[in-house]
Write a new protein. Structure first.
Length: 168
């Protein structure tokens, strides 16, 4: 059997590697590797170094474009370690899913407010287009979405996300 990373958490959070990720989620899931998937960031060595230095010394940080992430997933599911996969936005998560990479669950933890987005929770705002992406990944890919900002917060499941969105 190939060596494969064990994906402990997949999260959309526009802040990527920040205090909550390092102090809370990493400890709960015993994360030894953070994989950021973002085409723009993957081409910026300076910012890769900034994000890498934000992680503790015992945590490996890898930044991949969607294409590279797809190839590495097909090869060995991102190698070894207990991994946290981070996306800056839902569109990138959807793009990876369209390339054939499927995660059973994705946590929405930070999607900023913009004029076209509706509030789901205190730090998660979704547009109509993003809702369509979630629905496609949920219905066709079986992805279970939750909104959960902090570990102590009760997760909001997919059906509730849809209900909240439609009520706004």
């Amino acid at each position: 059997m190939k060596n494969m990373a064990e994906i402990k958490l997949v999260r959309v959070d526009f802040r990527l590697i920040h205090g909550q990720i390092i102090t809370k989620w990493r400890k709960i899931f015993k994360i030894s590797k953070i994989i950021v998937i973002d085409d723009i960031l993957a081409a910026d060595d300076f910012m890769i170094n900034v994000y890498s230095s934000a992680a503790p010394a015992d945590v490996v940080v890898k930044v991949y474009s969607v294409d590279k992430a797809t190839r590495l997933w097909e090869k060995n599911q991102f190698g070894t370690g207990d991994a946290l996969v981070l996306f800056k936005d839902i569109a990138t998560c959807s793009q990876l899913a369209q390339s054939g990479v499927r995660f059973p669950a994705v946590q929405l933890g930070g999607v900023p407010q913009t004029p076209e987005r509706k509030g789901i929770a205190k730090a998660v705002f979704l547009s109509e287009k993003e809702m369509q992406m979630l629905q496609t990944m949920h219905d066709k890919g079986g992805v279970d979405f939750t909104v959960q900002i902090m570990p102590d917060d009760a997760p909001i499941g997919y059906d509730e996300i849809v209900k909240i969105y439609k009520s706004k």
